[in-house]
Ligand binder design. Structure first.
Ligand code: ATP
Ligand code: ZN
Length: 285
């Protein structure tokens, strides 16, 4: 029987959440730090632990069938692999930063300057799009120290909170791209592997949707049920059951994380009481 070979980062910022996602999708496998690969016990898959930078190449070359990497790495490596699903974690951005004392006047400032980065392909594309001629200085790590030691006038690197930049006396001036973890796939999977992948994608979507939603229970005076239902359409419509106390009901529904607090405020204003919010593990639409 075929197995889907899934490449994941061996260690680093993606590792823990990638393994957690696969486990939430029901795959059980061992994730010892010294392993190169592990078979899932209960799903036709094999996990390969690799350096994230190598994953796009390995997926292109069919060493692995699919892989989980940062979108930044997927774009930078520019391999023939397909992006099949965004995964909602490891969110960060690739940004241009310059020393704080620099008077930055817009992208034109970068003309004729030296930019240090580990992402030459992405930076090159950005410069072309903005009609800028600049010199790219490729370095593989500690990019943020380059301006301080006179190696570059600007950098392009991963930013999440910006505290590393600040600590190095840099300020962020342009966002070049936004990134999150993504599932990428070889473009020529056979039928059997494609079916396994579809199964995995279905599970990933259910886990993602569940994370973006909460199960909500509340008590409401019967006169407010109509109005509350308008605020909370739920998956189909809310479940309403009478309370023992005359004139009151219990109402159950699902709410989206996006406008969650907004909805809670509206529900309170409509007279809802005893609001309980419960995480959802899986949500099948
Ligand atoms: P490897 O040893 O596998 O080559 P690495 O050092 O290249 O790892 P990490 O620092 O582990 O890479 O980052 C992996 C990915 O995680 C990045 O490519 C990016 O997509 C994402 N990432 C990096 N920094 C952050 C951050 N601060 N917040 C969120 N996501 C991040
Ligand atoms: Zn790496």
């Amino acid at each position: 029987m075929e197995k889907l070979r899934i490449a994941v980062q061996k260690s680093g910022r993606l590792q823990e959440k990638t393994v957690a996602l696969l486990k939430e999708c029901g795959l059980s496998f061992s994730n010892g730090p010294n392993r190169l690969k592990a078979d899932a016990f209960n799903f036709p898959a094999q996990i390969l632990y690799l350096r994230d930078d190598d994953i796009p190449q390995y997926v292109q070359d069919s060493v692995a069938d699919v892989g989980i990497v940062g979108e930044n790495v997927f774009v930078e490596k520019n391999k023939k692999v397909a992006l099949v699903e965004k995964l909602d974690f490891a969110r960060c951005r690739l940004s241009i930063a310059v020393p704080k004392s620099t008077e930055y006047t817009g992208t034109g400032f970068l003309n004729g300057k030296k930019i240090a980065t580990s992402y030459p392909f992405i930076v090159n594309r950005f410069l072309k799009e903005n009609n800028i001629e600049a010199e790219i200085h490729e370095i593989s790590g500690s990019v943020e120290i380059a301006p301080g030691i006179g190696l570059a006038d600007a950098i392009c690197d991963i930013v999440s909170t910006g505290s590393t930049l600040l600590g190095n006396g840099l300020s962020e001036v342009e966002t070049v791209m936004k990134s999150e973890a993504v599932l990428v796939s070889n473009e020529y999977l056979n039928k059997e592997k494609r079916l396994i992948l579809d199964k995995l994608i279905f599970r990933i979507k259910s886990v993602k949707t569940a994370k973006n939603n909460k199960y909500l229970l509340l008590n409401t005076p019967n006169d407010s049920i109509e109005a509350i239902t308008k605020v909370l359409p739920g998956m189909r419509s809310p479940t309403v059951t009478p309370l023992k106390e005359e004139g009151w009901s219990s109402l159950h529904s699902v709410v989206n994380e996006d406008d969650f607090w907004n909805k809670i405020d509206q529900l309170k204003a409509l007279g809802a009481q005893g609001i309980l919010v419960i995480p959802i593990e899986k949500m099948i639409l």
